[in-house]
Ligand binder design. Sequence first.
Ligand code: PLP
Length: 425
Amino acid sequence: MDLTHQEINLLRGQFPAFQRTIDGIPVAYFDGPAGTQVPQRVADAVSSYLLSSNANHAGLFATAIESDQMLDAARVGFSEFVGADDPAEIYFGQNMTSLTFAFSRAISQTWSSGDEIILTRMDHDANVTPWVLAARDRGIKVNYVDFDQETFRLDIDQLESYLNTNTRLVAVGCAANAAGTINPVTEICRLAKRYQAKVFLDAVHYAPHRLIDVKEFGCDFLVCSAYKFFGPHTGIFWGKRQLLEGLEAYKVRPATNRLPGKWMTGTQSHEGIVGSLEAVDYIADIGRDLRGDPTLGRRDSLIAAFSAIGRYEQKLTDIMLSGFKSIPGIQLFGIADPCRPDLRVATFSIICRGISTADFAKRLCDRGHFVWHGHYYALQFSEQLGLEPEGMVRIGMVHYNTVEEVNRLLDDIRSIASSVSESSG
Ligand SMILES: Cc1ncc(COP(=O)(O)O)c(C=O)c1O
């Protein structure tokens, strides 16, 4: 059950963004890690909510009742998306960063002098600074786990050496948004549990590429953002019921003390939540189509979809990695071994000798390849590699990218790299 060229084209047909061209050349969206494109059905769900069911929470009239039913359905959908059993363990917010700031403020009230937390130098800053500020406010110690600059993997021995009975939290990304490395989160959770440390996972970069499974991971909290997996700008938080119930949320007095409402400050973007569920169902339908079973349950469909998406992205990864290897002057900051699909997603940070990252990115963007440049908030990653202030150029692929796009991109990288090397001597 692989995604064929024909199936990918059918899926691409659902995204109006692919109509866009630059000088007659179709745009290739390699900016997925900063935000993916959206299928028509997601935009339709958002607009239909706004035009037909728009209401605040808990009214006694038809639109409010409908709206609440849709929000309940979204919690069910997202509990299936993350592999949890209890929809009350899901709540929504503006984005991952805001959710993490709010949650760090609440959980840090349980920390006291002598406590410690563990962060990594590979993570996006949204999984670093909220914890650093909370630790500062509570006067507790922060330990940073390094990554190996050859293998681009976290130093798990170092992480283990930091763990002790004072460790309150380990905050780590499921996949790194600069290197593309998939971190061994199941192992990390297992190690943390030996000391009853809580584990907070940032699944933002992981979510469009692989199946989230909070039970398999063994984490306590997990957060992701729908705009990275074909949905609108909405953050999704999952936490173990007992822990979410036990912690005190920062909230206004009239707001409920029950889950999930106690964690949702103010009125949510209901249209965003409804659109986010539609994005989940867009992915689930990929699985249903591949299995030829329109009645397949959502979780099973997601399992089928992500398994095919993973294999397809691996094919693109192989072409990209061997392409980079063949172009003089290109340096990749991530796992280069094509034989370890379990270790990376299709996100590539590169530099080109002799040209600034801004110039390199601009030349690619002008040729219709929408790439990113800088540190993309993976600030410590870029600093550790000595790449600041320029950072890198990031090429991010999801399942809607094609072999043709990758080949065209590699041709253009080759021609930029060779023109730079000729002009520099
Ligand atoms: C790995 C990772 N974590 C966190 C974030 C922050 O997410 P949000 O924009 O939803 O706050 C991003 C955004 O790029 C990200 O890539």
